[in-house]
Design a binder for this molecule. Sequence first.
Ligand code: ADP
Length: 165
Amino acid sequence: MSNSRIAVFPGSFDPIHLGHVDLVERALPLFDEIVVAVLNNEHKRTIFSLEERVEMLEELFRDSARVRVASFEGLVADFARTESAFFLLRGLRNGKDFEYELPMTVMNRRLVPELETVFLPTRPELCDLSSSLIKEVLKLGGDPGEVLPEDVRSRLAAKLKEAAS
Ligand code: ADP
């Protein structure tokens, strides 16, 4: 087992928002390295392509030496194993997240017994943030305020404009 404490933070990140960023920042003191892992799921429609999501994340964490960006498909447990990561990082916004996460956590440990999932509760002021809700509000012309990194916000605005035309 590697001595480094490597955590994989998997998600769709379509797109990344400040809830995700806050989670990574708060988890950094716990780990030597965090691999932000973008799920490549051909069956899930996303507004940003895999390449675009990876590019935005790389740009965002460019100055964070202990954050790496990768993409994966298939089982996150397999991906974690290939990265020699024995921790999965997940955020909890509410009880529904917990209900969704718990069976996956237990199953992941069946698959890779050394794999521990570490849950961090959201910052209360960010508990309403999800990529899908942010997209929905912006699509309908609302302004959710400062919930996206600046570059992501402008790229998303352009995407939504393109989709509407
Ligand atoms: P979203 O739910 O925003 O579409 P993902 O499905 O990509 O995001 O989720 C990736 C991980 O980020 C999950 O563990 C999820 O619980 C966590 N996460 C998402 N939003 C927040 C938030 N506002 N605060 C803390 N963690 C979050």
